[in-house]
Design a binder for this molecule. Sequence first.
Ligand SMILES: C[S@@+](CC[C@H](N)C(=O)[O-])C[C@H]1O[C@@H](n2cnc3c(N)ncnc32)[C@H](O)[C@@H]1O
Length: 429
Amino acid sequence: MTTHRTNSPGFDDATAESNRAPEALRSSMVEGIAARHEQLGRAMPTAVEAALRTVPRHVFAPGVELEAAYADDSLVTKKNERGVNISSVSAPTIIAGMLGQLDVQPGHRVLEIGSGGYNAALLAELVGPDGAVTTMDIDPEVVDRARTCLDRAGYDHVRTLRADGEFGAAEFSPFDRIIATVGAWDIPPAWREQIVDGGRMVAPLRTKGLTRSWALQRCGDHLVSRSHLMCGFVPMQGAGEHRGRAVPLYGDDREQVGLWVDEDQPIDAAALASAMAGPRAETWSGVVVDKGEFFADQDLWLVTLPEFCVLTAQQEAIDQGVVSPSWRLGTPALVEGGTVAYRARLRPADPETGQGPYEFGAYAHGPDAPELADRLAEQIRIWDRDHRAGPEPVLNVFPAGTPDAELPQGCVLDKRHSRIVLSWSEYTE
Ligand SMILES: C[S@@+](CC[C@H](N)C(=O)[O-])C[C@H]1O[C@@H](n2cnc3c(N)ncnc32)[C@H](O)[C@@H]1O
């Protein structure tokens, strides 16, 4: 679908040279995304694939080498004064996955929260000539850059807006679809109110350090999930800011091992840091996975535990044997008082060859290490027995103040504006 594009001559000028033409790089990028989808057991909708093949991603990454512009990686476009990423062009596989979740149809009115231009151009391809795309960002510099890139690539009909996405864009509502491309801790009321009944939003939602992109359908006064994906995003700024807290556990000059927790989770940081220097307890669960088997939903089961948080580690600390987590960028952990337990690096059934299947286990440090490691292993067994084979987890989002009696069964996560219920029952259409 190329009806809207009016490529301006010379838009390649700002981009560093490559031996391969952008079209060839774009084609390789799309094939890579399709292969990744297949690995994860998902199909990429044909309309999303066509949009990815059409939009010149390099135009939205001025100054970046062509090869890098088409790599399956995010491109950082702005850092704050502390060197923390605050704006980026998201990685193509994540973008494609979220667009698949959003299920945009020709003629839809779409709001994007968190701009860059690239995703807005893809949305413009998906809605076609009868639809409308508005993209908003809190940062004027980002809006200006997105505007320039959209114009250069021929998407001058996409509306750009500088405002805090927490409040949506009431003046252009209602929307058939809303997509947040920034990490949210809550679902602000405006997002639900500005979507038509039966309409859909996609938002990366974080709880206790764990983020998933949820597709949420509006059903009157509440939202019900239709799918979820793993993802990571820069956190929201402005009125909806809720950054979470990094708790360092090990490392003198910089945090080499740390926990990621919600702002209000009670944590005894000093006791935990001294526990890390002590001996390690370990427990193995008897639950195994095969190589390449996807088990990210186990984390969603574990996040329902009140002691849940996420452990992160630098490779250096792993190499030194300080910790051995299942994934260094975000392993499920439990904290109780001065004790921490985390999911261990999976253990191969055959230690000689390193061949699978691979067993889940838990390592723990602190005064109650054996007990907390056992509790984590027991929860992994419960996930295996009751939830692993489905149905998938479902999220219901109700307005804050909804009485308990009106909520479905499940784990209730109370946020500022919503009561979010995570449960394991079939999706309902
Ligand atoms: C990952 S980037 C968006 C990527 C973009 N959609 C693309 O096409 O690649 C996240 C953006 O969210 C913006 N942001 C953060 N808080 C916001 C808020 N409250 N309202 C609107 N935008 C916000 C940041 O300034 C940043 O530019």
